[in-house]
Design a protein around this ligand. Structure first.
Ligand SMILES: Nc1ncnc2c1ncn2[C@@H]1O[C@H](COP(=O)(O)OP(=O)(O)OP(=O)(O)O)[C@@H](O)[C@H]1O
Length: 269
């Protein structure tokens, strides 16, 4: 059984079709990269995976549960790291992580051990009892990473995992994500960052215009495989071109220099 399965997912906001027949699956053992440009429908898909919105159509399953009908149970079993999420300003990291542990029905001694492990791993031990409001954005991101993994979930949904982190911590988090997936867990990473995807993902789905336009394994790629950036640009440009009227499509497909020049002589005074 796939850890995460999405089939024919559609979601509109008024007249905007944000997600249009989206489909992909993520198995245990994979770091799946959800790669797409701004407005491609990534956040909307994550909101469907976490039960925050009701799809107009399609099937979504996370660890065998339907997030639409079981949003709380689904969220209890997965780890979620939202892109814009920040811990509550009026709590310290220790208080917040203890709160997350109690919401997840974890034993206090287990939570204390997990807090120690995460503060060591990410190096915010000195800030455990400082109010979040007095932490830097990167330090707050570390706390958010710790909360997502506190209960050792079988599947994690991560939006831009390395935002605001310094290069050293980025490297540590990347290695951790790879090792976490290798331990028979499913890691879903939504990102714009092709280098991040290339360095940690076993497979990527390129998303454009509300759907997965192509998927590609990054494990043992053939020597003549096109670079991921090239594939990404080509797929995204193609998807954008499909939505344009014919005249504009020619500009996108041929490049602006290849468009026939209007007869300047005829129009110039
Ligand atoms: N609440 C909303 N109301 C109306 N339109 C929305 C809403 N949320 C998203 N959209 C539209 O849906 C489309 C997909 O948005 P979404 O946020 O899912 O994209 P995204 O891939 O996460 O983009 P980004 O990388 O910029 O965060 C966009 O055209 C966006 O303008």
């Amino acid at each position: 059984m796939a850890a995460i399965r999405v089939e024919g997912l559609c979601k509109s906001y008024g007249s905007v079709r944000a997600v249009d027949e989206m489909g992909f699956r993520v198995d245990r053992g994979e770091v799946f990269g959800f790669l797409g440009p701004n407005g491609a429908g990534k956040t909307t898909t994550i909101r469907a995976l976490t039960g925050q919105i009701e799809p107009d159509a399609g099937t979504v399953r996370v660890l065998g549960r339907d997030p639409t009908t079981e949003p709380i149970e689904t969220r209890r079993h997965v780890g979620i790291l939202p892109e814009q999420g920040s811990p509550p300003s009026f709590l310290t990291p220790r208080e917040y992580l203890e709160f997350v542990g109690s919401v997840r029905d974890l034993e206090p001694s287990y939570v204390a051990e997990r807090i120690d492990r995460w503060t060591d791993r990410l190096g915010f031990g000195g800030k455990l009892d400082t109010l979040h409001t007095d932490l830097s954005r990167g330090q707050q991101q570390k706390v958010m990473i710790a909360q997502a993994f506190l209960h050792e979930p079988d599947a994690v949904l991560i939006d831009e995992p390395l935002a605001n982190l310094d290069p050293l911590v980025q490297e540590q988090v990347k290695r951790f994500l790879v090792a976490y997936a290798a331990d028979d867990n499913a890691v879903f990473v939504s990102t714009h960052n092709i280098e991040v995807a290339e360095s940690i993902c076993t497979r990527v789905g390129i998303v454009a215009d509300g759907r997965t336009v192509t998927e590609r394994s990054l494990e043992d790629p053939p020597a003549d495989a096109d670079p991921l950036l090239e594939v990404f640009l080509e797929e995204v440009t193609d998807a954008e071109a499909r939505d344009l009227p014919a005249s504009a499509r020619r500009i996108v497909e041929d490049g602006i220099d290849d468009i026939d020049e209007p007869n300047r002589e005829a129009t110039e005074p």
